[in-house]
Design a protein around this ligand. Structure first.
Ligand SMILES: [Ca+2]
Length: 591
């Protein structure tokens, strides 16, 4: 657990998904100012000292511009952590998978016309709002907006096109939480020669308030835009501009992202299978209408029990589960490789002194219910809980004196705006049994629009599409079991495990959280693996995960094999070296 805390902090900054989940403005907060804070000169210094490139510094500045005043305050706290910028950069580069720049496809990869002239490209229901040359990387930047008559909606699309050394490919990016996406995601892909695009999916910012219009009624067009249309619009506009700019369409198209972007990737494979040749869907927010209310479940449990647990108790329960189950995988390393085999019960902690208080039977009951996940009045299964080992304090957040619940924004706002449909709703008015009714409503009202859990990927498969799914087993927001459940449904629908492996593979990553950070090594090389699979028919047989120390030095590597295979220590050699682990089918696991 030594590396857990600082890396989580870095991860919150890195992934727009996590950034939105963790630091999105609360309903009452002033909106982001779009202006750089006074501290930015100091932060630039820190970044430069840590070895940041101008593009990386610019990305950090963009991220700061997206923060609300409250978000900036939180950031000032985080920046004080020792070695913060070293860790931040390491996590940024890790998230990018330390990917290579893929080889250029076309001999002639220069634009056929000026950036400015893209202003005159005609795309149906689309207005080109601006064209500029980016001062930092020299790419042609186009902002466009798409509408869906008769609705008077506006989906903004941001496209970056390399002015030289286009690699012949298109790459779509996605968002996090309620964010559809941001321009900030463009810098890294365009630097590797991709034409790349992002979209706000029809609303700005990270709040769920867009779900209601001025009259307090559901804004269905914006909900659809956020659920699935915005990413498709972005893809069509991005490809049309590519064709116009270079005189040729992209040879290959990829969509890459985690969290909400992971959900968006699955949605593309299901609804618009012609959009992408390859999709990387990390820690996907699949089954959103179940998963998001499930992120409120710990608050429902604690509120119903009149027993809010302080963070040290939650942390103790997690630590106790890890030490009880660490060795089940044959290596004592602070990581449970297969949490589904860990049945540690918090009853064992009852009577333990934790700081100022004692762990009680009631505390054990709360922790047990959080691990089990949401259940209905008769014990009916509603959704999965977090795996043992995952940090509980994110969705079971508490604070203040006397101690009270601090629901995570994305879950609270979903209840407020989508389900109760009242921005002034107070969650502590939730009646007994109401949670289950809201859960049912969520599935029935929004399942078809935003669920993205249709297992029929035949159209995507039949056109040669390839899908890499990956998920950290200690995800503290999105229960990993939901992704396993979805993948098993795909296996059933698509003709079994072997046939599914031919186009879709799932990699589970032990000991890492929603940002792929933790006591376990984080996966690398995902983008390179996908490009090889799509373009050279080399399926991804394994990924290598790496664990850095606080200075960014790699101190452990492990292989990751496609589900349901697991990495097992062969019994000799260092457990810090991937070469000493082999692939094995788990015992007693259904496939
Ligand atoms: Ca272990």
């Amino acid at each position: 657990m030594r590396h857990h805390r600082p890396w989580i902090i870095a991860a919150t900054l890195v992934i727009v998904g996590a950034a939105a989940f963790y630091s999105s403005a609360r309903a009452g907060d002033p909106p982001p100012t779009g202006v750089l804070p006074a501290d930015s000169a100091l932060w630039n210094q820190g970044l430069r000292a840590a070895g940041a490139s101008p593009a990386e510094i610019s990305n950090f500045e963009d991220l700061m511009r997206l923060q609300s005043p409250a978000g900036l305050d939180a950031m000032r706290e985080r920046v004080r952590t020792p070695q913060f910028f070293v860790k931040y950069l390491r996590a940024v580069r890790q998230q990018e998978g330390n990917q290579k720049t893929p080889k250029a496809i076309f001999r002639d990869n220069m634009p056929a016309r000026s950036c400015e002239s893209l202003q005159n490209v005609s795309i149906s229901n689309t207005t080109i709002e601006s064209t500029t040359i980016d001062a930092l990387d020299g790419s042609c930047r186009v902002t466009a907006s798409v509408t869906h008559p008769p609705a008077a909606d506006r989906v903004q699309v941001f496209v970056a096109l390399p002015q030289n050394s286009w690699n012949g490919r298109f790459r779509g990016t996605g968002g996090g939480g309620f964010w559809g996406g941001t321009e900030m995601s463009l810098r890294s892909p365009v630097s590797k020669g991709y034409v790349t695009a992002a979209t706000d999916t029809g609303h700005q910012g990270g709040s769920g308030s867009f779900a209601l219009n001025a009259n307090g009624r559901l804004n269905w067009q914006d909900i659809r835009n956020n659920a699935y249309l915005g990413i498709h619009d972005m893809t069509l506009v991005g490809k049309a501009l590519t064709l116009a700019f270079y005189g040729k369409a992209p040879r290959y198209s990829y969509f890459v992202g985690t969290s909400t972007a992971g959900r968006q990737g699955l949605m593309e494979a299901q609804r618009f299978p012609d959009d992408y040749d390859g999709i990387i869907s990390g820690t996907p927010a699949v089954s959103w209408p179940r998963m998001i209310p499930a992120a409120f479940w710990p608050q429902e449990v604690m509120y119903r029990a009149h027993n809010f647990l302080p963070k040290p108790k939650l942390e103790r329960a997690t630590a106790a589960a890890i030490s009880a189950c660490d060795g089940l995988d044959g290596v004592v390393d602070g990581v449970i490789d297969d949490p589904s085999r860990c049945t540690y019960d918090p009853q064992a902690l009852v009577g333990t002194r934790i700081e100022e208080s004692t762990f009680t039977e009631a505390d054990a009951d709360v922790v047990r219910k959080i691990w089990d996940g949401p259940r209905g009045h008769d014990g009916r299964f509603l959704w999965y809980g977090l795996a043992r080992g995952a940090d509980l304090s994110t969705i079971a957040g508490t604070g203040d004196t006397p101690l009270t619940g601090k629901p995570i924004d994305v879950a609270l706002e979903y209840l407020q705006y989508f389900l109760i449909q009242n921005p002034r709703w107070d969650w502590t008015s939730l009646a007994n049994g109401e949670y289950e009714l809201l859960f049912n409503q969520s599935i029935e009202e929004f399942g078809a629009v935003i669920g993205s859990d249709n297992p029929d990927l035949s159209r995507f498969r039949d056109r040669g599409g390839k899908l890499i799914l990956y998920h950290g087993l200690w995800d503290q927001l999105i229960p990993v079991q939901g992704t396993i459940d979805y993948y098993q449904q795909v296996q059933q629908k698509m003709g079994g495990a072997r046939r599914t492996m031919q186009f879709a593979r799932l990699f589970l990553v032990p000991g890492v959280d929603h940002g792929f950070i933790g006591a376990g090594p984080s996966p690398t090389g995902l983008m390179d693996a996908l490009v090889s699979w799509v373009e050279d028919a080399k399926a991804t047989e394994r990924l290598i995960a790496e664990l850095p120390d606080d200075n960014g030095k790699i101190i452990r590597t492990r292989p990751l094999f496609p589900y349901p295979q697991v990495a097992v220590y062969k019994g000799t050699g260092s457990t810090d070296e991937a070469a000493n682990f082999i692939s094995r089918a788990p015992i007693g696991k259904r496939q």
